[in-house]
Design a binder for this molecule. Structure first.
Ligand code: PMP
Length: 416
């Protein structure tokens, strides 16, 4: 008799495109989620260190209850007056600098980035966009063309469209000593005016890289000189993951013109948002904006519950405390494991870069993949990232405990 897993794989292969891959290694059949843990059909328990969507914990009961309650009362669209919508938008706006007072609610990070680019183009009258090498910003037609991770990756064209300017990765480990702002300036100057620069305020797909001091300010100055806006993609790093602030850009003192939110915003419910100034928000000159599901009462209730949990459970300060405990532990492991070339990040957004040689920085690609598989066998879910897939990314639900981190550090030590 075929096992459940074989049946699932067979059905998957029949009905689901090969373009949708499963996490590598032997496939996991996950049947239950509970805060920072996932459970598979064979009863194994896994610590989820990689799902930054389940921000306040898988199936967090406060969020589940809020969604269930609202689903039984009302779910329409945003064309009616409804306190849930205005209260939620105000709550998000209150976390942002005062100028970024107008919000749009959507259903995915891709939709939100699309809208941000449309706004930037409408407002500036310019077309070109700058992005950072290695970035992923979404799966729509325009965003594939704006995501070097995609257009340079398998099946991609291999080169940017003429309207896309790709700035080198400001990677202070691998590319130490480079003048990142000068490089960016040279790329900006290769063409005329731009509608904006779309940038993650800590780089995720490019390899879990914090932006160097002064870099975001420099980018904003450059884009302004070229008539463009600064668009901060906070889809991965927002909602307090960095610990010190709600938004990663806040650490820099820079105020972006547009902020894009996604993933953790609904703790798994499909939601996203774009916030900008009233002036930029009005630049469609009469053309209506409407999203059938964006900002519906159930989404607003869920988003509000996420904000409640973040606040009531003091998850920002926990992210700061647990993040530094994790990072310190990894720094310690670096002393005894030469394969760890670099440990970086802030709060609960960390990266471990594995190298074969600390002088040549030869990437330990196979070792990184084997390490992820091995850690999974030890009950810890991780994955690789970065242009060479040799960076281990760590971005767990914010409810991770001190004990989880101690156990993980011991397992990493053993595994390496
Ligand atoms: N921006 C960033 C930085 C992302 O990581 C992602 C998703 N991985 C997106 C945008 C797109 O979000 P979604 O998958 O919700 O469309």
């Amino acid at each position: 008799m075929m096992s459940d897993i074989s049946k699932l794989i067979e059905a998957r292969n029949r009905h689901i495109s090969k373009a949708m891959s499963i996490a590598h290694g032997s496939p996991l059949h996950i049947v239950k989620g509970e805060m920072q843990y996932l459970y598979s059909s064979d009863g194994s328990k896994y610590l989820d260190l990689v799902n930054n969507v389940s921000h306040v914990g898988h199936c967090n009961p406060v969020v589940v209850n809020a969604g269930q309650r609202q689903m039984a009362i009302l779910n329409t669209n945003s064309r009616y007056l409804f306190e849930g919508l205005t209260d939620y938008i105000s709550r998000l706006a209150d976390t942002l600098p005062a100028d970024l007072s107008v919000g749009f609610l959507l259903n995915s990070g891709s939709e939100a980035n699309e809208l941000a680019i449309r706004l930037a183009r409408a407002y500036t009258g310019n077309h070109d966009i700058a992005v950072i090498e290695g970035a992923y910003h979404g799966h729509t037609g325009m965003l594939i063309e704006l995501s070097p991770y995609k257009f340079r990756g398998p099946g991609g064209k291999g080169h940017p469209e003429p309207w896309v300017r790709v700035l080198p990765i400001p990677d202070s480990y691998r590319r130490a000593g480079n003048d990142f702002l000068l490089e960016a300036e040279m790329t900006f100057d290769r063409g005329g005016n731009v509608a904006g620069v779309l940038v993650e305020t800590m780089l995720s797909c490019a390899g879990q890289i914090p932006l160097p001091t002064g870099y975001l300010q420099g980018l904003q100055d450059m884009t302004k000189r070229k008539g463009g806006l600064l668009i901060a993609d906070e889809v991965q790093v927002g909602f307090g993951r960095v610990g010190t602030h709600m938004w990663a850009f806040e650490e820099t003192g820079v105020v972006p013109d547009i902020v894009v939110m996604g993933k953790p915003i609904g703790n798994g419910h499909p939601m996203a948002a774009v916030f900008t100034t009233a002036e930029i928000a009005s630049s469609f000159r009469g053309m209506e904006f409407f999203s059938t599901f964006g900002g519906n009462p159930v989404s607003c209730a869920i988003g509000m519950a996420v904000m409640d949990v973040l606040e009531e459970e003091e998850l920002l300060s926990k992210a700061l405390k647990h993040g530094s405990q994790f990072k310190n532990g990894l720094d310690e492991l670096m002393k005894t494991h030469d394969i760890i070339g670099d440990v970086r990040g802030r709060g609960l957004f960390l990266g471990i870069e594995l190298v074969k040689n600390r002088e040549t920085l030869d990437p330990a690609i196979q070792e990184a993949s084997d390490f992820v598989d091995n850690m999974r066998d030890l009950g810890v879910l991780l994955s690789t990232d970065g242009p060479m897939h040799n960076v281990i990314k760590i971005k767990p639900p914010m409810v991770i405990s001190q004990q989880d981190i101690d156990d993980t550090l011991a397992k990493i030590d053993l595994s390496l």
